[in-house]
Design a protein around this ligand. Structure first.
Ligand code: APR
Length: 276
């Protein structure tokens, strides 16, 4: 009897120990292992997508090593406070994978992202058609101090801090894209905005300042309007653009409706015909 109850007590204690052990293991799994696996698979997915897209973009240019491009990219922000990544952090990346000039076919945009990319398709070259631009368009990334991971969530928003990895990349890469612009370039500005040439935009604050008359002959502003044009070519902000433009670059301004642009681009009989 007595021995039975002693054994029963031991069994109960053992049972309790097993339950506690299992709980501890479950807590360890939930708190440490699962986030680590999720995180590393997220980093791996981001990296794999980066390299895969890069390789698709460079099928004809075998001299680009996409693993090297990835290394130069992550070196800019990995292990850093995500509010302490200056534009210059991407210098090495841009020297390894610079945008290529497409004279007379370079298309800039501000407040007109969607229509610009529809108009550009197969005819013009936007920042997002360059190798790095196409790989990183629509993506979010950052690092963390003391970590070698790439994070794709929990990163600072565009205006949350000045030196965030995403904003710094687009500013640095856009400066490079504008610096190589040559021949007759075009910018699509938003005619439905009260300030089509918005001073804090990347186009106004970075790209226009990089245009050089050694390479660029003219800049055509296409003011894209819907049914309700708010601005026209006499707009005050456009006068500022004209003033800021290097005097050796010819300035032209035209108003075109969004539907005219899209219909023109869909004219399969005459692909890439000028639409302004
Ligand atoms: N908050 C969030 N996102 C922003 C913000 C902001 N305040 N400002 C810019 N962005 C991001 C968004 O992703 C947005 O779609 O930049 C994109 C473009 O912003 P726009 O104001 O429409 O244009 P702009 O700042 O002039 O940038 C476009 O930069 O990359 C070059 O060649 C490209 O000419 C183009 C120009």
């Amino acid at each position: 009897m007595e021995s039975d109850s002693i054994h029963g007590g031991n069994r109960r204690r053992k049972g309790r120990l097993i339950v506690i052990g299992c709980c501890a293991l479950a807590v360890l799994l939930v708190v440490v292992v699962v986030p680590a696996v999720v995180l590393s698979s997220r980093t791996d997915t981001f990296k794999a997508t980066f390299i895969e897209k890069c390789e698709k973009m460079t099928v004809e240019n075998k001299s680009t090593d996409c693993v090297k491009v990835w290394s130069a990219f992550e070196q800019a922000y990995v292990g850093r406070d995500p509010c302490q990544v200056p534009k210059e952090a991407y210098n090495n990346l841009l020297s390894i994978a610079p945008p290529q000039p497409a004279c007379n076919r370079m298309l800039f945009w501000s407040g007109t992202k969607e229509v610009a990319h529809q108009v550009a398709k197969g005819c013009y070259q936007t920042m997002e058609d360059s190798l790095l631009g196409s790989v990183l368009d629509g993506k979010t990334w950052c690092g963390k101090e003391g970590s070698s991971n790439t994070y794709t969530s929990g990163c600072p928003g565009w205006s949350e801090c000045e030196n965030n990895p995403v904003k710094s990349f687009w500013e640095r890469a856009s400066a490079e894209f504008a610096a190589i612009a040559c021949g007759e370039a075009t910018v699509l500005l938003n005619g439905a905005s009260a300030t089509p040439f918005r001073p804090s935009s990347i186009f106004a604050s970075i790209e226009v300042k990089k245009f050089t008359s050694d390479r660029m002959t003219s800049l055509t502003v296409v003011l894209v309007t819907k049914d309700n044009a708010v601005a026209n070519c006499e707009d005050k902000s456009l006068k500022n653009l004209q003033k800021e433009l290097n005097p050796g670059i010819n300035y032209i301004c035209k108003m075109v409706t969004e539907s005219e642009l899209l219909t023109c681009r869909k004219d399969h009989d005459r692909p890439c015909r000028p639409c302004w």
